[in-house]
Design a protein around this ligand. Structure first.
Ligand SMILES: [Zn+2]
Length: 318
């Protein structure tokens, strides 16, 4: 049993440890927010999300009942009202689910998703893109994403959770950071020679083996099985995908293969133009991997039970 807000706090700290940015940069960002908060007045100050002062992940938030004690958690990749109704029905059959976590952001965690995209500046820089180029690519896209989510019905599912009295939170980039670091060191160690070898390495991980059952496993979106892997870049964390103009910069920086959770058609076309191989590792298994690594740590810290739901495959490594 643990308070939902305590579990959230733990997830944020673990997310920071796996972040592609350095710790100092994160501290500077939080410091800047404190200064901005001091300057606010009236309703803007009252409604300010004070969790932003300690949590750099604006897409990972408690959305309902932070003080609730929770033990059995249902974790889904996307939670919508129908999932909450399903859980309510299961609880009527004595399942005793105490809380619900969605991976993909919802409510104020979705409206501020664009904030975490800035960590992709560091992901690009790590892949060899010069910092000024990386900043320009990310900044342009951040504004698009902000405008894109702004009109959505962001209070719908949080309200449903409130009406059904479910403690509810969202853990997105804190989990994706785990998937990013794990896959990076796993594939560096495996050192695959061809794209076929790379996919074989991925399906040795249980989440990716599971995903084959649904036809959502690792797939080549650009390139051929016998293509050499070369230098890899990872598209696993940082909110959502960048614009296709990054691919030219990545090609110039010597990237040969991108391992992504997913990739849109316009990006795949551009990767073709730039002769960059693209392996889509699979969205649900990649998200599941990050969540599993994070939940393994949480389970070692607190008395918790995790139930899989909505695209999430639970695999324990402890
Ligand atoms: Zn995802």
């Amino acid at each position: 049993m643990v308070k939902l807000k305590k579990l959230h706090e733990f997830a944020v700290q673990e997310g920071i440890k796996q972040d592609p940015r350095d710790q100092e940069q994160i501290e500077n960002q939080l410091e800047k927010r404190k200064e901005e908060f001091e300057d606010l007045e009236g309703v803007r100050k009252e409604e300010f999300d004070e969790n932003k002062l300690e949590n750099p992940f604006d897409d990972s938030k408690v959305l309902n009942k932070p003080d609730a004690d929770v033990q059995k958690i249902a974790f889904g990749i996307d939670i919508e009202t129908q999932d909450l109704l399903l859980l309510d029905k299961l609880n009527k059959n004595k399942e005793n689910i105490d809380a619900v976590i969605t991976h993909h952001p919802d409510g104020r965690a979705l409206s501020n998703l664009y904030e975490v995209m800035k960590l992709q500046i560091d992901v690009l820089e790590n892949a060899g893109v010069p910092i000024s180029q990386a900043e320009a690519v990310v900044k342009g896209r951040v504004k698009e994403v902000m405008r894109g989510v702004h009109g959505g019905n962001l209070s719908r599912t949080p309200k449903a959770a409130e009406l059904l009295d479910f403690p509810y939170m969202c853990l997105h980039t804190v989990a994706d950071n785990h998937a990013h670091q794990f896959l990076k060191s796993y594939l560096e160690n495996e050192n695959p020679y061809t794209l076929k070898d790379l996919m074989d390495s991925l399906i040795e991980l249980p989440e990716f083996a599971w995903s084959l059952e649904y036809g959502m496993g690792p797939t080549i979106f650009n390139g051929d099985e016998e293509n050499r892997v070369g230098k890899i870049a990872y598209d696993m964390t940082g909110g959502t995908e960048l614009n296709k103009d990054r691919l030219e910069k990545m090609a110039q920086s010597g990237i040969n293969t991108i391992v992504a959770m997913h990739m849109s058609q316009s990006q795949v076309d551009e990767a073709g133009e730039q002769n960059i191989n693209v392996v889509s590792a699979g969205h649900m298994p990649s998200d599941s991997l990050g969540i599993n690594l994070l939940m393994d740590k949480a389970i070692q810290e607190f008395d918790l039970e995790v139930m899989e739901l909505s695209g999430f495959k639970r695999v324990s490594r402890i």
